[in-house]
Write a new protein. Structure first.
Length: 256
């Protein structure tokens, strides 16, 4: 398997239908991937689910299971969501081709989680807030909602296309497109960055940037910061730099 493919994790959030889980495992393997993560899946995999996973039982049987989305994302550097809805609260939404291209670049050196929501209602707002950006698959207005395993297959296919694209491109173009990009650097895991947002909240209150008690404004700022940082992640140097800035601000404000 291409090394970058080992860094991509297809995360199904609270899937209810074993058939969808099995078909997703098959779709992942069809395109050369193998990392399937399940958040609160059904207690048992039915025979139907195993039937839909035809020739991909190894992917199905090795799938990680988690009790929460937070747990599934802890060691991932960048989190990407999938959506059929648009709106300001969903952050940056990219068409599937552009979204896949960005994921491909990040995954060269870093773990990327791609979140797929529940069959009936997708991802909730808190889960969307954890995503650096969202990917949207174009579909008909008459029937906009895709089957879960179909969405997995389409995104896995779009990602897999980049192997051929890179092989066809000359070496210099590859280097310009990928090696000079900050996305190629090692990024800190999602769980390592999470405490930073709480600290930034405290700094903003110290600076009286936010009216005292306005928790909605704080939440809105932090959500936007999560989207902003999450689109490319943070290197260790960048994380330490921001922590250092917070430390200096805290020292100066306390001395007033």
């Amino acid at each position: 398997m291409d090394s970058w493919k080992q860094n991509i994790y297809f995360v199904l959030v609270e899937p209810k239908e074993p058939g969808n889980i099995g078909a997703s495992a098959r779709a992942i393997k069809n395109m050369g991937f193998r990392n399937l993560c399940l958040v609160k899946p059904p207690a048992e995999m039915s025979e139907e689910g195993r039937w839909f996973a035809r020739n991909a039982h190894d992917v199905l049987d090795s799938a990680e299971t988690h009790d929460s989305v937070e747990e599934a994302l802890r060691d991932k550097a960048v989190v990407v969501g999938t959506t059929r809805r648009i709106g300001k609260m969903r952050g940056v939404i990219l068409p599937v081709e552009k979204g896949a291209a960005r994921v491909r670049g990040i995954a060269e050196n870093n773990k990327v989680a791609i979140l797929f929501g529940r069959e009936a209602r997708g991802l909730n707002n808190d889960e969307v807030n954890e995503c650096g950006f969202m990917i949207k698959i174009p579909s008909s207005e008459i029937q906009p909602s895709l089957n879960l395993s179909q969405a997995v297959l389409i995104i896995a296919y779009e990602l897999s296309k980049f192997k051929e694209a890179m092989e066809d491109a000359c070496c210099n173009i590859q280097k310009k497109k990928y090696n000079n990009s900050a996305l190629m650097e090692d990024l800190k895991a999602h769980g390592e960055i999470a405490p930073l947002y709480e600290r930034i909240s405290g700094v903003l209150e110290l600076l009286e940037y936010i009216p005292r008690g306005d928790r909605n404004l704080i939440k809105n700022i932090i959500v936007n910061l999560k989207h902003f940082i999450g689109r490319a992640g943070l290197t260790e140097k960048e994380l330490n730099m921001i922590q250092g800035i917070c430390t200096q601000i805290e020292k100066k404000v306390v001395k007033r």
